[in-house]
Design a binder for this molecule. Structure first.
Ligand code: CO
Length: 169
C-alpha cells in the first residue's frame, strides 16, 4: 500500500510536469524562438500632416495624438492608435530628412516602413548577418523615435519593404 502511494505521487508529478511543459511550450517558446515580436507601428510619409490626420480622424474616426516634433530625426509625427498597433504619420522638417527624399519619389505620400519589436537586437542582427541580409547604415543600432535602439533592414532583402527592428525593454 505504501509503495502504491509513492507511485501515485510520482505519477501525479509526471502529469503536472508534462502539462506545465506543454503549456510553457505553447505559450512562451514560440515567442522565445521567434526573433520578431509584435508589430509596433507602420510609418506613413505624408506631405501635410494636418491634412493627413484630419482624414484619418473624420473618415475613420481614429484617435489622433497631438503633433510631436522630433528634430533629431528630422520629422513631425502624429500617432494614430488602434487596438493592436499604431500608425505614425511622418512629415519631414527639412530637405535633409530621409522622408523628404521618399516624398520626392512619392509626392502624395505612402507607406515608408513597418516596425517589429525584438527582445534582443544583437541576436536579431547576428541572425540577419548569418543569412546574408543587410542592415542599413553602419549596421549599428541607433536610438529611434521612441528612445529604444533600432536598426533598419535593406528593403532589397524584404520584398521592397523597409523594415525597422526596435528592441523593447
Ligand atoms: Co519607425
Amino acid at each position: 500500500k505504501w509503495n502504491r502511494e509513492i507511485l501515485g505521487h510520482y505519477v501525479n508529478i509526471i502529469i503536472i510536469y508534462n502539462t506545465s511543459y506543454k503549456y510553457f511550450k505553447e505559450n512562451f517558446m514560440k515567442e522565445i524562438l521567434s526573433e520578431i515580436g509584435r508589430l509596433n507601428h507602420i510609418a506613413i510619409a505624408v506631405p501635410d500632416i494636418q491634412k493627413a490626420s484630419s482624414i484619418w480622424k473624420n473618415a475613420l474616426g481614429a484617435n489622433i495624438s497631438s503633433t510631436q516634433l522630433l528634430p533629431e530625426h528630422g520629422v513631425k509625427v502624429v500617432f494614430i492608435e488602434s487596438p493592436n498597433t499604431k500608425v505614425e504619420l511622418l512629415e519631414p522638417l527639412n530637405k535633409q530628412s530621409p522622408i523628404s527624399k521618399f516624398l520626392e519619389r512619392n509626392p502624395n505620400g505612402g507607406m515608408h516602413h513597418i516596425c517589429y519589436e525584438v527582445l534582443n537586437l544583437e541576436n536579431a542582427a547576428k541572425k540577419l548577418k548569418d543569412v546574408g541580409a543587410k542592415i542599413l547604415g553602419d549596421g549599428l543600432p541607433k536610438i529611434g523615435a521612441h528612445g529604444n535602439p533600432v536598426i533598419f533592414l535593406n528593403p532589397g532583402d524584404f520584398s521592397g519593404t523597409l523594415i525597422e527592428l526596435e528592441e523593447i525593454k
